[in-house]
Design a protein around this ligand. Structure first.
Ligand SMILES: C[S@@+](CC[C@H](N)C(=O)[O-])C[C@H]1O[C@@H](n2cnc3c(N)ncnc32)[C@H](O)[C@@H]1O
Length: 262
């Protein structure tokens, strides 16, 4: 209760009455959704062999179809934390780039990772970094590893690093996996604090090749516990590059995807 009051005061002070009221209305809904998600997870966990089979079988090179599958699969078991119209635009650019070396920071339920694997070339190397119980999404438990491995196609290699992206050892592991190659595509959707997103960019952007792409999620101002302060960092760097923004609605709160071309 003390924590709740503290957080309410923090939001009121720093983000104003409008966001506070939105959060107050959304809080019980979010709690119920969390409970529903746990129930879905338990159901899917019991059927994990069937789940793996179905994930392996899915095959499409259509971004919308791939997104819809990830959204609806077992009523939201791997649902991406994205706005469909924005993420589908990113997926179209991803397909045009035809990347071989791909990395995602922040995987959570796995929906974005699923889309990247299914729409990537058959010989792609894909790296996911996600901190167990990390902020802004909570990571994923160990029992989901075989389920996420079932996202891959034919000769793809998927490395699931359940680590803190900000640690030097994690960067070293990524370099070891890349074995002298450079990333074609990097999706930054991990620690959404200003310092967190800045550090991910500073640590991993040097691994992206010239002509490659870095995408950020949550470039629109929103509730601090979801959108963090990505917007602040995004506004600081976007003009240093050729960039694009995908924002479904100018008045929306949070989400939005920004990409920079290296
Ligand atoms: C918003 S979620 C990712 C959502 C996912 N990309 C999607 O759209 O469905 C953010 C994730 O980043 C992870 N995370 C937060 N801080 C991190 C860090 N320092 N290193 C690695 N992962 C981190 C959290 O554990 C969480 O699962």
């Amino acid at each position: 209760m003390k924590n709740l009051i503290k957080r309410s005061i923090f939001v009121l002070k720093n983000y104003g009455l409008k966001l506070f009221l939105i959060k107050a209305v959304k809080w019980p809904i979010n709690r119920i959704n969390l409970l529903k998600q746990k129930l879905k997870e338990n159901r899917a966990r019991k059927k994990s062999q069937e789940v793996i089979q179905k994930l392996k079988q899915f095959n499409s090179n259509n971004p919308k179809e791939t997104f819809d599958f990830s959204w609806n699969f077992y009523s939201g078991f791997i649902r991406p934390m994205q706005i469909k119209e924005e993420f589908v635009e990113l997926l179209k650019i991803f397909q045009e780039l035809n990347p071989q070396y791909i990395m995602e920071i922040g995987t959570a339920n796995g929906g974005t990772l699923f889309c990247f694997c299914k729409l990537a070339r058959n010989d792609a190397t894909i790296i996911s970094i996600d901190l167990p119980e990390g902020p802004f999404g909570g990571g994923y438990p160990e029992w989901k590893i075989p389920i996420y491995q079932a996202f891959t196609k034919e000769n793809q290699k998927l490395y699931l690093l359940r680590e803190d992206s900000h640690k030097q050892e994690t960067l070293e592991k990524v370099k070891e996996i890349l074995n002298g190659n450079q990333l074609d595509f990097l999706f930054i959707d991990g620690d959404h604090s200003y310092e967190g997103v800045k550090k991910d960019f500073e640590m991993y952007s040097p691994l992206v090749r010239k002509g490659g792409i870095i995408a950020f999620h949550d470039i629109v101002f929103g509730p601090p516990e979801y959108a963090g302060e990505v917007v602040k960092f995004w506004e600081e760097i976007k003009n240093k590059f050729f960039y694009k923004e995908f924002i479904k609605n100018k008045k929306q709160i949070g989400c939005g995807i920004g990409i920079v071309f290296m």
